[in-house]
Ligand binder design. Structure first.
Ligand code: ARG
Length: 475
């Protein structure tokens, strides 16, 4: 029978004549990274054992012994009393062999009607379910931070850009609420993904189900799964739920990264729209004057590893014939790292955003340059009866003239205005002021103060409700 170098017989050692090579023990083992699923593994085994006893598949006393034994193992792992064995390969076999060492015969009945293939699928689903609940909470906090900060800045006028060229004035509130929308969609995607994670695969066996009369719904109910998988081959070979979460997290990181990129630009001397708090900046070892936005850069940088994990896992899965293949053990490190990375980024991102100093004067000044009111000047002519295409051309010429004379549109004299169109009157100055440009954009979804405040109010109500809901799930 196969033993490892430590002399321990493998749980599956029956058909082997030789021991596993030491290098293979290390190579094959996933305990280093899958031990983080021990709580889920034990919870799943307890539900399985209870069901086996209930169905009379194993004696009731054995089922009870297993459950008690597993609870003690969990406590000892919690307390750091357990040293996992590399030659016991993974968390599933580590737990089973510790249990059997402690309770003897009964422990050997735990794996009846089960395979590690459906066990690992169960554990990973339970683990990711817990993580998604935490991620949702963090994202809700992010939404909270954004709508509250937006509320403070409904009058903070700044230039809006297209092609990174000044385009039309908006407000910081409007810009922040654009990110609110992105994070809200991320939350929606997390919820959708949660529903596809939340399916119970145990009973799929190695690939073809089992001959034992398992009550799969009983297990699902104990573990809080609303539904069970419908096909045993799919139950053990599906990793779509992992990929889906990787993809949701990639999109979320992309959103964080985009905003970080903007903050890095805004924090630069050229923009000077914000000043990052000292607590969220770092210095240079050589240049004494430097204060660098490292936190924002690092979040932008970490986006790469999360994208990488998505591509890595898609590639791992692409050629796998049904059903389980050992390749799939490679799903864990990428998804764990993706989840860890997002959980690391979100809180620091929120704190960085809430502590940054907004330089309203610089934003307003920035909005005034670059002829951001040119569209409004054209609209002014349209309101006086000119067709839009003609108005566009008149203002185009006016912009050209102003560039030549180093003036902004509102710095032109009435005499100069009249040269371009005689229908222009004194009211043009008010019509093309930054405040009018923003606050006349009252269309639903626009930046006008009253529209913006209404959107923020609705957002705040949504977040408050969702936070209540999230707390209800936890308790
Ligand atoms: N550690 C394995 C994994 O993560 C568990 C399943 C192993 N099954 C097997 N037949 N080798 O995928």
């Amino acid at each position: 029978m196969a033993a490892s170098e430590t002399g321990k017989v493998k749980l599956w050692g029956g058909r082997f004549q030789k021991s596993t090579d030491k290098s293979v023990d290390d190579f094959n083992s996933s305990i280093r990274f899958d031990q983080r699923m021990y709580k889920q593994d034990i919870r799943g085994s307890i539900a399985h054992a209870r069901m086996l006893g209930h169905q009379g598949i194993i004696p009731k006393e054995d089922s009870e012994k297993i459950i008690k034994g597993l609870e003690e193992v969990r406590k000892d792992i919690d307390d750091g009393k357990i040293q996992f064995q590399v030659d016991a390969e993974d968390i599933h076999m580590n737990v089973e062999s510790i249990l059997t060492e402690r309770i003897g015969e009964a422990g050997k009945r735990l794996h009846t009607g089960r395979s590690r293939n459906d066990q690992v699928a169960l554990d990973l689903r339970m683990y990711l379910r817990d993580e998604v609940i935490e991620l949702r909470e963090m994202l809700l906090h992010t939404l909270h931070v954004f709508c509250h900060l937006a509320e403070e800045h409904v009058d903070t006028i700044m230039p809006g850009y297209t092609h990174l060229q000044k385009a039309q004035p908006v407000t910081l509130a409007h810009h922040l609420m654009a990110y609110f929308e992105m994070f809200l969609r991320d939350l929606g995607r997390l919820n959708d993904c949660f529903n596809r994670i939340n399916v119970m695969p145990l009973g799929s066996g190695a690939l073809a189900g089992t001959t034992y009369p398992l009550d799969r719904n009983m297990v699902a109910q104990e573990l809080g799964f609303p539904v069970i998988t419908r096909n045993s081959l799919d139950g053990v070979s599906d990793r779509d739920f992992v990929l889906e979460l990787c993809s949701v997290l990639s999109t979320l990181m992309m959103h964080l990264s985009r905003f970080c990129e903007e903050l890095i630009l805004w924090n630069s001397n050229e923009f000077s729209f914000i000043e990052m708090d000292d607590g969220f900046s770092t210095g240079s070892s050589i240049m004494p004057q430097k204060k660098n936005p490292d936190v924002a850069e690092l979040i932008r940088g970490k986006c790469g590893r999360v994208y990488g994990h998505l591509m890595g896992l898609l590639t791992t899965m692409k050629g796998l014939p049904l059903a389980y293949n050992k390749d799939m053990q490679e799903d864990k490190e990428p998804i764990f790292d993706s989840v860890d990375t997002v959980k690391l980024c979100l809180p620091v991102f929120c704190d960085m955003v809430s502590t940054m100093k907004v330089r309203k004067d610089k934003m307003l000044l920035g909005s005034k340059g670059g002829f951001t009111n040119a569209t409004d000047a054209a609209d002014y002519l349209v309101k006086k009866g000119l067709p839009f295409r003609e108005a566009h051309s008149v203002i185009g010429q006016m912009v050209f003239y102003s560039i030549e004379h180093n003036k902004s549109l509102d710095e032109l004299t009435m005499e100069e205005f009249k040269k371009f169109s005689t229908i222009i009157e004194d009211d043009i100055y008010n019509a093309i002021s930054m405040e009018t440009c923003v606050n006349d954009r009252k269309v639903v979804g626009g930046p006008a103060r009253e529209v913006s405040l209404k959107a923020i109010q609705e957002a705040k109500e949504f977040v408050a409700e969702a936070v209540k809901g999230a707390q209800a799930i936890k308790h």
